[in-house]
Design a protein around this ligand. Structure first.
Ligand SMILES: *Cc1c(COP(=O)(O)O)cnc(C)c1O
Length: 396
C-alpha cells in the first residue's frame, strides 16, 4: 500500500486521527509502533554522512521515527510548513530563544508569560549573553511600539497569558514586528491550535507545551515549535541535535495517541469553561473571574477576532478572603485536584499566592493571590457542584 498523506484538504478531526499515522510496513500493524532503538544501521559507505544533520534513520537525537510522525501532525494542526517537537514546552521556548538570538539583540516579551520565559530571557539570556529585554504589557499595542529598538530581533507573546489569562492581538503585533524587521513568536499553549492558529494570523512561530492539551491526559511531556522550514532547520540543529532537548520516542508516541481525541476534548473544555466562568461570575463572594469568553473580559473583542470555536479551558478567579481561606477552600474540593499544569482530562486548580515577583505587573485584582483553574472534561454540573459545596463549607 502506498504511504498515505492527510493534508489540508481534510478537516481538523480527520487530521487529528490520521495525520502522521500509517500502516507499519513490516508488521502490517494499523498503528505505527514505538521505535525505542536509538541508532539506525549505517549505509555501506558512511563517509559522506554529516553527523550534525537532521532526519531519521541515523541517531534518535538527530531525528527519531516517532518524533517525525508527531511533527507531521502538529504542523498540520498549526497550518505550518514545518514543526520540531522537543522534550518539553520549556525545551521548545529555550530552543527558540537560543537558536534565534545573539548578544546585543533586544527582545520584547509579555509581562504575563509562563515563568520560565521570564527566567530565561530576563535572567539567563540577559546576564549570560547580554541580550536586552523589555517586559511589556503586550495587551497594549502602543506600549509595544514604544518598546521597539533598532536591535529588536524578537517579540514573544503569550495569549491567553498564563496565569492572568490576558489577551494580546496576534495580527496587530505581527504587523508591528514585521514593520520593524523583528520576528513574532506566540506561546499558544492555553488556546491550543484547535482554538487559535498564530501562524495563520501572521506570527512567525507558534509554540505549544504538548504536555498540556495536545497530549491531554497528564502523562507525558513535550513541546513544539512550528513555523517556516528555513528557521526550523536552524532550531533543529541547535536545540535538538547540539543542545540535546530531544523528546523520547515513548513520550512522542503517547502524545501521538492522546492527540487523536484532541478536537473532541477541546470542544468539551471550551463548553465547560464558559459554563463555569458564568457560574463563578454569578456567585457571591467571588472577587473576579478572568476568562476571555466573558463579555466583560478586557480582551474579549480581540479574543473573539482570533479564537474560534472557543476560548480554551483555563480561567483564573479570586475569592473573598485571605490566604487561609484560599487554602481551606481547596481542601474542601472533592472532584477538582490541587495541582499545577493544565489541559488535562481532569480539572486542576492551583492557588497562586502573592510570591510571584512579577505580580506588580498584573492588574490589581491579582495582587492578593488567586486561582488558576484548568477546567477538565468532566460533566460541567459536577464541577460546579464541587466548587459550590466547597465555597459553602468555608462560609463563602
Ligand atoms: C506549561 C507551559 C509551558 C511549559 O511547558 P512544559 O511542557 O511544562 O515545559 C510553557 N508555556 C505555557 C503557557 C505553559 O502553560
Amino acid at each position: 500500500m502506498p504511504e498515505r498523506k492527510y493534508g489540508k484538504e481534510f478537516g481538523f478531526n480527520t487530521r487529528a486521527v490520521h495525520t502522521g499515522n500509517d500502516v507499519d510496513k513490516d508488521s502490517l500493524a494499523i498503528k505505527r509502533p514505538i521505535v525505542m532503538a536509538n541508532s539506525y544501521e549505517l549505509p555501506y559507505d558512511p563517509t559522506d554522512i554529516n553527523w550534525s544533520s537532521a532526519g531519521k534513520n541515523l541517531y534518535t537525537r538527530n531525528g527519531g521515527a516517532n518524533q517525525q510522525y508527531l511533527q507531521e501532525k502538529i504542523a498540520s494542526f498549526e497550518g505550518a510548513e514545518d514543526c520540531v517537537v522537543l522534550a518539553s514546552g520549556v525545551g521548545a521556548l529555550s530552543g527558540l530563544f537560543f537558536s534565534l538570538l545573539q548578544s546585543g539583540d533586544h527582545v520584547i516579551f509579555s509581562s504575563v508569560t509562563y515563568i520560565a520565559v521570564y527566567r530565561l530571557l530576563n535572567e539567563l539570556f540577559n546576564n549570560k549573553f547580554k541580550i536586552e529585554t523589555s517586559i511589556t504589557d503586550t495587551t497594549d499595542l502602543s506600549a509595544i511600539e514604544a518598546a521597539v529598538r533598532p536591535n529588536t530581533k524578537l517579540i514573544h507573546i503569550e495569549t491567553p497569558g498564563n496565569p492572568t489569562i490576558s489577551i494580546s492581538d496576534i495580527k496587530a503585533i505581527a504587523q508591528i514586528a514585521h514593520k520593524n524587521g523583528a520576528l513574532l513568536s506566540v506561546d499558544n499553549t492555553l488556546a491550543s491550535p484547535f482554538n487559535q492558529r498564530p501562524i495563520e494570523l501572521g506570527a512567525d512561530f507558534s509554540i505549544e507545551s504538548l504536555t498540556k492539551y495536545i497530549n491531554g491526559h497528564g502523562d507525558a511531556m513535550g513541546g513544539s515549535i512550528s513555523g517556516e522550514k528555513k528557521y526550523l532547520d536552524i532550531i533543529r540543529a541547535q536545540a535538538q541535535i547540539n543542545l540535546g532537548a530531544v523528546i523520547s520516542p515513548f513520550n512522542a508516541w503517547l502524545i501521538m495517541r492522546g492527540s487523536s481525541t484532541f478536537p473532541l476534548r477541546m470542544r468539551q473544555h471550551n463548553e465547560n469553561a464558559i459554563l463555569i466562568a458564568q457560574y463563578l461570575e454569578s456567585r457571591k463572594n467571588i472577587s473576579f473571574v478572568s476568562y476571555p469568553g466573558l463579555k466583560n473580559h478586557r480582551g474579549y473583542k480581540t479574543a473573539v477576532s482570533q479564537m474560534s470555536p472557543g476560548f480554551g479551558g483555563v480561567l483564573s478567579f479570586g475569592i473573598k478572603g485571605n490566604k487561609d481561606k484560599h487554602n481551606e477552600f481547596v481542601s474542601k474540593l472533592r472532584l477538582i485536584t490541587s495541582a499545577v499544569s493544565l489541559g488535562h482530562d481532569t480539572s486542576l486548580i492551583a492557588f497562586l499566592g502573592a510570591n510571584d515577583e512579577r505580580q506588580y505587573l498584573y492588574p490589581e485584582e491579582f495582587h492578593n493571590g488567586f486561582f488558576r483553574f484548568s477546567v477538565g472534561i468532566e460533566d460541567a454540573k459536577d464541577i460546579i457542584k464541587d466548587l459550590d459545596q466547597a465555597l459553602e463549607k468555608v462560609g463563602l
